[in-house]
Each structure stands twice: as structure tokens, then as C-alpha cells.
Ligand binder design. Structure first.
Ligand code: SAH
Ligand code: SF4
Length: 352
């Protein structure tokens, strides 16, 4: 019988565990073992990334969505969601502001909004590429055909975030209506990676119906897929969705998973998410101290911030981008880490 300390050491050394060892780590750590897990995750993160925290500037450019995910405030069946679309000029303006504030990665995120045809997306991407040639452009606009992904890539997009949400088909069906499938989500991720994007998958921690077995399946999926980024944050109920009365994910469970993922995939880019900062006033900073190495402050115009409500209580909806940047920088300094002006970790250089 292994002790949990031995399991943590084994995970660090082998970057993988079997199902039963993962189960033990996911279910029964004492406070001392939990502290050891974070310490090991921090140490691995510092070996690779030092004290640096990468910044990604997030532009939430449309709150329209054709999908109906049960957990999300932007779902099409939510009449209370305030819908907006940013123009190309507004998006370029946000990207420029971000650049001036030191962001070298711009993330364009939205609901799945067919108003932005492939042609429009390509036009926006190539305009940012022209305006800021040294910036990484990340898209997070949902499930598309391989052909569309290829077109965006050729227009200049280099990274794509598409959380797989859960690797289990049965759990996926609890979170989504029948027209959405786990197979298609995974197909998208494979296409993105094959095309050459730096690809990000991820899950919500504590989403309705999630079991330890599902989490183990997620860890196996992440290991096998080998993403460059993993976005994880707690599930937070939204008052106008079918999951309004469900329990949200906890800070502890999210930190715990961040640390396990850091040990399993030492080089991965791991954001301390806004959702984590929403459930705890120091959630993002605690995330950085449990192995995360990226933060994604909001660059969207303040006039639309409060309309992109994936979940209730989302933080940072009132400040201008510059204030957000300054505030976050001061907060991060308190962890002993520091933000850097850099595209951060391009594949090939840093992913062995
Ligand atoms: N439409 C795109 C991008 C926007 S949604 C897509 O779905 O990929 C981005 C992420 O927000 C989702 O992947 C989901 O994991 C997360 N999200 C949605 N609703 C949430 C909620 N209630 N709590 C926490 N995260 C949520
Ligand atoms: Fe749309 Fe994404 Fe929300 Fe699903 S999670 S409803 S695809 S914005």
C-alpha cells in the first residue's frame, strides 16, 4: 500500500498515475498532504516557468449563442441574457488597448454566433495580425468544421481554446442537449491540434453530475491528448439556467485539480480563471500558488462586460482594462510571482 505522500512523489516523477492512485489523491488527502501537493506543483511550475505569470487579454465579442448548454447563462433559451455584438473596429480597438497595456496574447471569445461568418472571423483575425504582428491570437468560439478551423489558422490565428467539458459521453449528455455530443467536441480538439494550433481543453470543476470517476477519465483524456493549455475553473450556477439550484464547484477541489494537472503535465499553460476569482476573493492568487501560471484579464469594453454572464457574480465587470491590469498586477505581486510582457511559451521551444 502506498501512502498519499508516495503517490504525490510518484506523480511528480512519472507524470502519471494509475486509476486507483488518482482516486486516492482525488478523494482523501489530509491538510498536510494537500499542502505537500501544492508545494510540489509550485516547485515544478517554478522549475519550468520561474516566477513568471503570463497575461492573456480576453475580448468577449458576442453574447449571442446558438447552443443551449444547460449550465451557461448565454444559452439560447435564456431570454434574460442581454445580447450584444462588437464590431470589427471595436474588437481591433480592444486588441490595440491590450497591446499598449503589455498583452502579447489576445483571446477572442464568444458564444457560438453564426452572425460572425468564417469570412468575418478571418477578416478580424487578419486585421489583428496586421495591426499587431508580434501578438499571439487565440480563438475560443466553439465547435466548427475542420475546414473553418483551417481557414482561421491560415488567416493568422495560432491558438484555440475549447474546453472538452467532460471526457465522459454519459456525463456530457447530462450537461448538454442531445444535439451536442462529446464525440464532436473531441473531434474538434483533434482537428485543431492536427492543423497546428496550440490547443486548450478543460473542464468545469464540480459541474452537476460530476463524479470522481469522471475526473479520472478527464485526467486520462488530458494526458493522452497532450494539450498546450488547460482551462479549469469551478462550475458556478447561473440563475436563469436549468442548473440554477445546483451546487457550485469548490475552491479546494479546483486548487487540488490544478496542482494534479501541473504535476501530470508540467509544461502546460494553466490559467487561474476568473471563475476561481469569483468564488473566492483571492481565488486566482491561490490558483497561482497551486500550480497555475496564466491569468486572463478582461479587455472587453466596460459597456458590455456585464452582459457576458456565463455564471452569476462574475468579477471585474466594472473596471476599465487598464485598471484591471494594474489591480491584477498588484495582487499577483503579493504571491511572489510577477506578470510578464510576452507571448509566453510557444510550442516547439518549450514543449519537449
Ligand atoms: N462558446 C464557447 C466559448 C464561451 S464559453 C464554448 O463554449 O467553448 C467558455 C467556457 O465557459 C465554457 O467552455 C465553460 O466551461 C465555461 N462556463 C460556461 N458556463 C459556466 C458556468 N455556469 N460556470 C463556470 N463555467 C462556465
Ligand atoms: Fe454557448 Fe459556450 Fe455557453 Fe455553451 S458554453 S451556451 S456554447 S457560450
Amino acid at each position: 500500500m502506498k501512502t498519499n505522500q508516495e503517490r504525490i512523489e510518484k506523480l511528480r516523477a512519472d507524470r502519471m498515475l494509475d486509476r486507483e492512485d488518482f482516486r486516492a489523491l482525488l478523494t482523501g488527502l489530509s491538510p498536510e498532504e494537500e499542502a505537500l501537493l501544492y508545494k510540489e506543483a509550485r516547485s515544478v511550475r517554478e522549475e519550468i516557468y520561474g516566477k513568471e505569470v503570463y497575461l492573456r487579454g480576453l475580448v468577449e465579442f458576442s453574447s449571442y449563442c446558438r447552443n443551449d448548454c444547460y449550465y451557461c447563462g448565454l444559452r439560447r433559451s435564456n431570454p434574460a441574457c442581454q445580447r450584444y455584438r462588437l464590431t470589427k473596429e471595436e474588437i481591433l480597438d480592444c486588441a490595440k488597448k491590450g497591446y499598449d497595456l503589455g498583452f502579447r496574447t489576445i483571446v477572442l471569445q464568444s458564444g457560438e454566433d453564426p452572425w460572425y461568418t468564417d469570412e468575418k472571423i478571418c477578416d478580424i483575425v487578419s486585421a489583428i495580425r496586421k495591426q499587431q504582428p508580434d501578438c499571439a491570437i487565440t480563438l475560443s468560439i466553439g465547435e466548427k468544421s475542420r475546414e473553418s478551423y483551417l481557414r482561421y489558422f491560415e488567416a493568422g490565428a495560432d491558438r484555440y481554446l475549447l474546453r472538452h467539458e467532460t471526457a465522459s459521453g454519459e456525463h456530457y449528455a447530462l450537461l448538454h442537449p442531445p444535439e451536442l455530443s462529446c464525440e464532436n467536441r473531441k473531434r474538434c480538439l483533434r482537428d485543431l491540434k492536427e492543423i497546428g494550433y496550440q490547443t486548450g481543453c478543460g473542464i468545469m470543476v464540480g459541474s452537476p453530475g460530476q463524479t470522481t470517476d469522471h475526473l479520472i477519465e478527464d485526467l486520462f483524456f488530458m494526458k493522452e491528448f497532450g494539450p498546450q493549455m488547460i482551462g479549469i475553473g469551478p462550475f458556478i450556477p447561473h440563475k436563469d439556467t436549468p442548473f440554477r439550484n445546483r451546487k457550485g464547484g469548490s475552491l479546494e477541489d479546483t486548487l487540488h485539480l490544478l496542482a494534479i494537472i501541473r504535476l501530470m503535465l508540467p509544461y502546460v499553460l494553466l490559467p487561474a480563471t476568473t471563475a476561481l476569482g469569483t468564488i473566492d476573493p483571492w481565488g486566482r492568487e491561490k490558483g497561482l500558488l497551486a500550480g497555475a501560471n496564466v491569468v486572463m484579464p478582461n479587455l472587453s469594453p466596460v459597456s458590455v462586460r456585464g452582459k457576458y454572464m456565463l455564471y452569476d457574480g462574475k468579477i471585474c465587470t466594472g473596471e476599465e482594462a487598464a485598471e484591471c491590469r494594474g489591480c491584477l498586477e498588484r495582487r499577483i505581486e503579493q504571491t511572489g510571482y510577477r506578470t510578464v510582457v510576452s507571448r509566453g511559451a510557444d510550442s516547439g521551444l518549450i514543449f519537449p
